[in-house]
Write a protein that binds this ligand. Structure first.
Ligand SMILES: [Zn+2]
Length: 82
């Protein structure tokens, strides 16, 4: 909402890996869709989701369906059929 010219871009952010707590750089889209990211330290896959006031990271185990990119896609894909 700040600048619509960046709507399709991804941001590079440094977050704390939810598994090993090390700082790792990830790419997150500028929209609020959750994405998978990989930790540079432990190589585990986790979920990063943009919030209105920052970024949250979740392990795959603790992420609710609405924060899981695959699960979301399934739900949205099936309800999108007309
Ligand atoms: Zn890690």
């Amino acid at each position: 909402m700040i600048n619509s010219a960046t709507a399709d871009k991804a941001d590079s952010k440094v977050v704390r890996c939810p598994y090993c707590s090390q700082a790792t750089a990830i790419e997150v889209p500028v929209n609020f869709a959750p994405v998978y990211a990989h930790c540079a330290c432990c190589s585990k896959k986790f979920i990063a989701e943009r919030l209105s006031d920052g970024l949250q990271v979740l392990t795959l185990e603790e992420a609710p369906c609405c924060s899981d990119p695959d699960c979301r896609e399934l739900e949205m894909g099936s309800s999108d059929e007309q």
